[in-house]
Design a binder for this molecule. Structure first.
Ligand code: FAD
Length: 403
C-alpha cells in the first residue's frame, strides 16, 4: 500500500494538472500525485482547438462569462469572482505562456501550439516535485476511517485527500453513485445538425447571420450559420446544440428548426420589403441578385423554393409567391435527422450533481476530503475556450481551499 501522498489527484488532464500545480505552488511541502490511466497525460489539451489549445475567452467580466455555460451558470458566478479569464491570462503569463486574442474573442498561446501549454504544465510539475504516474487506471475507491483507499490495476494507495478530475468518465461516475452522489445523466453537447434538403444541397460553405428556433420548444439562438456537406454548422447551431443538449437528446435528434435568414426581420416586415422591391425593380429578374445581406446562391435557392422560376420578373410576382418568399426568408422549416461532431470537439453535459458540491472549495457536500475539478461535474459551456476556463477555475479554487 502506497501511503506517500497527502493528496492524490485522479486524472491527468487539464483540471488535474492545474490543480496539482496550484496546490504545490501554494504549499511546497505537500506531497501530491496525479494518477492517469493513459500512457500519455494531457491528451485532450494536445488535440484541443485544432492543436492550438483555445485556453480561454476574452470575456473578462464574471457576470458576462457565466452566460456561456448552459449548465453551471449560477454555480460559477462566485468562483469566477475568485478566478476568471483575466486571471487565467495572468497565470499563464507568469508561467511563461503568452496568450493572444483572436477576432472572435478566443484566446490561444502566441505559439499557436497546444504543446506550449503541455510543456508549461510538465515543466511546472517537475520543478515542484509532483509525482505523475501514468498507466494507472483507477478501478475502485474505498473510504476507510479518515482515509481514501484507491486501487488501480497495478497498485493500491492510501491518502487523506482525494481529488477527482477524471472528465466524463462513466466508470468513476458509477463509483461515485455507490458513495451516494447523484450523477446527472450524461448526454453529448456541441454538435452539428444533419439535414438533407434540396434548398441547401448545393450550398456547402455558404454562411449567413441568422436566428434559429427549434419548433415546439423555447430553444432559439442567433449568430452565423454555416451550410455544410451534411447539413448545418456554425456558432448559431453549436449554441443550440449546447443549450438544447438534453431536449434534443430526448427527441433522439429528430426535430424541426425554423431559420430566419434575415435574422431579426419578421415575416410581415419582409413582405413589405418585397412589395417595395416589386415596385422599384419591376423589370429585373427576382432570382438574379440578393437584395439582402447574404450570398446570391442562397437567395436564388430560396426564390426557387418559393415556387418562383428563375427568369420571373419582380413585376410578375403573384401575391402567393411573394408571401411564400417572405416565409422562406424568415421562417424556413428544415427537418433535422441526427447529429455530427464539430471538428472532433465535443463536451459532455451531465456529471456530478451541482447541489452536492461546495463551490467555495469544490469539496463534496457528502464526503469530507473528496473534491472535484473540471468536466466531471455537471458543468459545460459552448465552444470558445469556456470549457477549459471551468477546469482552471475549479482547479484554482480547490487548491486555494487547502490553505
Ligand atoms: C477534440 C476536442 C477539442 C477541444 N478543444 C477545446 C478548446 O480548444 N478549448 C476548450 O475550452 N475546450 C476544448 N475542449 C473541451 C475540453 O477539452 C474539456 O472540457 C477539458 O479537457 C476537460 O478537462 P478535464 O481535466 O476535466 O477532463 P479531461 O481532459 O477529459 O481529463 C480527464 C483525465 O482523466 C483520466 N481518467 C479518466 N478516468 C480515469 C481513471 N479511472 N483512472 C485514471 N485516470 C482516469 C483521463 O484519461 C483523462 O486524462 C475540447 C474537447 C475535445 C474533445
Amino acid at each position: 500500500m502506497n501511503q506517500n501522498f497527502d493528496i492524490i489527484i485522479v486524472g491527468g488532464g487539464a483540471a488535474g494538472f492545474f490543480t496539482a500545480i496550484n496546490l504545490v505552488e501554494k504549499n511546497p511541502k505537500l506531497k501530491v500525485a496525479i494518477l492517469e490511466r493513459g500512457n500519455e497525460v494531457l491528451a485532450k489539451v494536445r488535440i484541443s482547438g485544432g492543436g492550438r489549445c483555445n485556453v480561454t475567452h476574452a470575456c473578462f467580466e464574471p457576470n458576462e462569462l457565466v452566460k456561456f455555460y448552459p449548465r453551471g451558470e449560477k454555480e460559477l458566478r462566485g468562483p469566477f469572482h475568485q478566478f476568471s479569464s483575466g486571471d487565467t491570462v495572468e497565470w499563464f503569463q507568469n508561467h511563461g505562456v503568452e496568450l493572444k486574442i483572436e477576432a472572435d474573442g478566443r484566446m490561444f498561446p502566441v505559439s499557436n501550439s497546444s504543446q506550449t501549454v503541455i510543456d508549461c504544465f510538465l515543466q511546472a510539475t517537475q520543478n515542484l516535485g509532483i509525482t505523475v504516474l501514468t498507466g494507472q487506471s483507477v478501478q475502485s475507491l474505498f473510504r476507510s476511517d479518515n482515509f481514501w483507499k484507491i486501487e488501480t490495476q497495478k497498485e493500491k494507495y492510501l491518502t487523506e485527500n482525494l481529488i477527482l478530475a477524471t472528465g466524463s468518465n462513466p466508470k468513476i461516475w458509477e463509483m461515485l453513485q455507490t458513495f451516494g452522489h447523484a450523477i446527472v445523466n450524461p448526454v453529448p453537447s456541441l454538435f452539428t445538425f444533419n439535414i438533407k434538403d434540396s434548398r441547401i444541397k448545393e450550398l456547402p460553405g455558404v454562411s449567413a447571420l441568422v436566428t434559429i428556433k427549434v419548433k415546439d420548444t423555447k430553444l432559439n439562438s442567433t449568430g452565423p450559420l454555416l451550410i455544410t456537406h451534411w447539413g448545418m454548422s456554425g456558432p448559431a447551431i453549436l449554441k443550440l446544440s449546447a443549450w438544447g443538449a438534453r431536449i434534443l437528446f430526448d427527441k433522439n435528434y429528430q426535430f424541426t428548426i425554423l431559420v430566419n435568414w434575415l435574422n431579426d426581420v419578421d415575416t410581415s416586415t419582409a413582405e413589405k420589403i418585397l412589395k417595395d422591391l416589386k415596385q422599384d425593380q419591376a423589370k429585373k429578374a427576382v432570382s438574379k441578385k440578393s437584395p439582402f445581406d447574404f450570398p446570391n446562391r442562397l437567395w436564388e435557392s430560396l426564390v426557387l423554393a418559393s415556387g418562383i422560376e428563375s427568369e420571373t420578373k419582380w413585376a410578375d410576382l403573384s401575391k402567393i409567391q411573394l408571401q411564400n418568399l417572405a416565409n422562406q426568408l424568415t421562417n424556413a422549416s428544415f427537418q433535422v435527422n441526427g447529429k455530427s461532431v464539430f471538428k472532433e470537439e465535443f463536451v459532455t453535459a451531465g456529471g456530478v450533481n451541482l447541489k452536492e458540491i461546495n463551490f467555495k472549495t469544490m469539496e463534496s457536500k457528502l464526503h469530507k476530503n473528496l473534491y472535484f475539478a473540471g468536466e466531471i461535474v455537471n458543468i459545460d459551456a459552448i465552444t470558445g475556450g469556456f470549457n477549459f476556463q471551468n477546469a482552471w477555475t475549479s482547479g484554482y479554487l480547490l487548491a486555494n481551499s487547502f490553505f
